[in-house]
Design a protein around this ligand. Structure first.
Ligand SMILES: [Zn+2]
Length: 609
């Protein structure tokens, strides 16, 4: 293709609102234009690369037997009401009414649409397993869309949904998806960090996120310097940095040498820092106690301290282990923070949040800042594992301006529950190998997830098993953000001059730049382009009357992997240079096509291996 025949309005200036590299380069290289906040049009050269990512995704999905369909983007609100998500999706879901007053949704995701389709067609176990996917437009009404297509409102996603007779079949598809995802990102030339949910404290084997490192990432990752441990900070665990006694009896022995617990007056001292200064001690000697309110707790609290009084609305007779809300005291070593995601998992709660000051005072009998686990009768105490190793600690005294010194775990208080609820930080030790953990910001490009029965049950999907008995299928879902993958390739592969595409995603594979598009140079450039195109190589020939410097700058900005310069001085030789290389090589024009085609195929073969 000739530049004069395409639409390539490259920019020298960087748009003011483009703060990350991929956004800047996608605008400058004429891949994108903004229509409104979070809404972008792909121009021809950008669409070529987007389609290439889609093609890679499609090939890998097809290869594992996933079947592509094309559902609608606008779907009836009814199916969202059936699943229960009409009320829980919030304002991120764009709802519209049609002329008859019916509710519709512009799909932000498609569990409901696929499940409704499968429900209507599924009758027998013989139809399962079934995996369907789409590569289609999605819309999320982000409050603050930014970073170009990295966090836009409208975007392209590949989403697949699988349906199975049993867990083993779901696991087989889930594992195949994991392998396909690794191949997809490798073929796109991307380095991804696979993060499994089961690497942390939470158990389970049903979720894996594919992250790329990114300064603007929404996720904090905890990684090990010595092994491949990788976890989202929300779920990360670490090796204990303390020696815990085996049980309460052992804790008692450890406490034997500790002086008796004593009250100490601490007027107006509330924060840990103030207390450390006042008592001339270290935050690691302090047991911090925080009061949390948990919602929808699915844990049997009947034996928990204070519960009979507190959980008045608790325990409907048919669901004795479900509490609409309950309060807990969480005790943790003073230098650490409570990980609320882990805490919610431990309490089997849908949500946890710090209790209000009023609740804290009501439940601890003291102003905020003086809570402690000793003598706390109105609240079940959840102790972080670190607390079990503390035999001479400082705690709040459940009275204004009072703390306790010489508090020993076991001797002075016994928690209701011991669990790992700490936030893991850089510098902590890896639970797998003991290596040093560090933090990175990451962006999620893909996620595979075993959903189980959530949608198939709420939407009444069933099939007849071999015995003719009705069963509910189990389900998995698998997403990849296509625009985000494209932008992430640019984030990872660029230099000061522009994009450095991998061969698999480059809009064109070879650029031909005649110094002047006339005479022998025109003839040689046209001949080379024709030879390459005859071999199936994608060529962009710069036939403009611009100065050579301008053409070189554009070729580098667009990031085409191989460049050929055709100049008077060198003919019958031409200059060949790969995008990442400094110096060109001279090649006989007559041999250039064969050499370039071989180079393109070689790089593709490496990426596809
Ligand atoms: Zn490790």
């Amino acid at each position: 293709m000739k530049v004069s025949q395409t639409f390539l309005p490259t920019l020298r200036e960087v748009p003011a609102d483009a703060v990350i590299v991929s956004h800047r380069l996608m605008m400058r290289a004429a891949m994108l234009r903004k229509l409104a906040n979070g809404l972008f049009a792909y121009l021809p050269i950008g669409l070529r690369s987007l389609r290439k990512v889609e093609r890679i995704v499609r090939e890998e999905m097809d290869a594992i037997g996933s079947l592509e369909i094309k559902p609608t983007v606008v779907v009836p609100g009814e199916i969202w009401k059936e699943s229960g998500r009409w009320d829980t999706m919030g304002d991120g879901m764009l709802r519209v009414k049609n002329r008859l007053g019916g509710d519709f949704v512009v799909s932000p995701t498609a569990e409901e649409a696929f499940t409704a389709l499968v429900r209507d067609e599924l009758s027998s176990y013989r139809q399962l397993p079934l995996t369907l996917y789409q590569i289609n437009t999605k819309y999320r009404d982000e409050i603050r869309p930014r970073y170009g297509v990295m966090r836009g409102r409208e975007f392209t996603m590949k989403d697949a949904y699988s349906y199975h007779t049993d867990e083993a079949s779901l696991d087989e598809t889930y594992q195949a998806m994991g392998r396909a995802y690794r191949r997809i990102f490798k073929r796109c030339g991307l380095t991804v960090i696979p993060v499994r949910a089961d690497t942390g404290a939470m158990g389970g084997t049903g979720s894996e996120e594919f992250m790329v490192e990114s300064e603007i990432g929404d996720n904090t990752l905890i990684l090990c310097r010595s092994c491949d441990y990788a976890a989202n900070v929300e779920k990360a665990g670490c090796k204990p940095d303390f020696a815990a006694p085996a049980d309460l009896a052992a804790a008692d022995i450890a406490a034997a040498a500790v002086p008796a617990r004593a009250k100490v007056s601490t007027p107006s001292v509330r924060t840990i820092d103030e207390l450390c200064a006042f008592l001339k001690t270290d935050s690691k000697k302090f047991i911090k106690t925080l009061v949390y309110k948990a919602v929808n707790v699915e844990l049997d609290l009947s034996a928990a301290p204070g519960c009979a009084k507190l959980n008045r609305r608790a325990a409907a007779p048919d669901a004795p282990k479900s509490y609409p809300e309950a309060f807990f005291a969480v005790a943790i070593r003073g230098d650490l923070d409570v990980n609320e995601t882990k805490l919610a998992a431990v309490l089997k709660a849908s949500e946890v949040a710090l209790a209000s000051d009023v609740d804290v005072e009501r439940l601890t009998g003291a102003p905020v800042g003086f809570a402690g686990p000793v003598g706390l009768t109105l609240l079940p105490v959840v102790a972080d594992e670190t607390v079990t190793a503390m035999s001479d600690a400082v705690t709040g005294g459940l009275e204004k301006d009072i703390h306790f010194e010489h508090v020993a775990y076991g001797r002075d208080f016994a928690p209701w529950l011991v669990a790992d609820v700490r936030v893991v930080k850089a510098g902590d030790r890896c639970s797998v190998c003991g290596g040093e953990l560090y933090e990175k910001k990451g962006n999620e490009l893909g996620h595979i997830f075993k959903l189980g029965y959530k949608y198939t049950k709420s939407m009444n999907v069933s099939f007849l098993d071999e015995q003719g008995k009705a069963q509910v299928p189990t389900m998995g879902c698998y997403g990849i953000g296509v625009d985000r993958t494209l932008a992430s390739i640019i984030e990872e592969r660029h230099d000061d001059d522009g994009i450095v595409w991998p061969m698999s995603v480059a809009p064109f594979q070879v650029s031909i730049v005649p110094i002047k598009y006339e005479g022998a140079m025109k003839e040689a450039a046209d001949k080379l382009a024709a030879e390459l195109e005859a071999q199936g190589i994608e060529v962009l020939l710069d036939d403009r009357t611009e100065r050579p410097g301008v053409k070189f700058k554009d070729a580098d900005l667009i990031g085409i992997p191989l460049r050929v310069v055709v100049g008077d001085k060198n003919l019958p030789k031409v200059e060949v240079k790969a995008r990442g290389e400094k110096e060109p090589r001279l090649v006989e024009a007559a041999a250039a096509a064969a050499e370039l085609a071989a180079a393109v195929r070689k790089e593709l073969a490496v990426l596809n291996a």
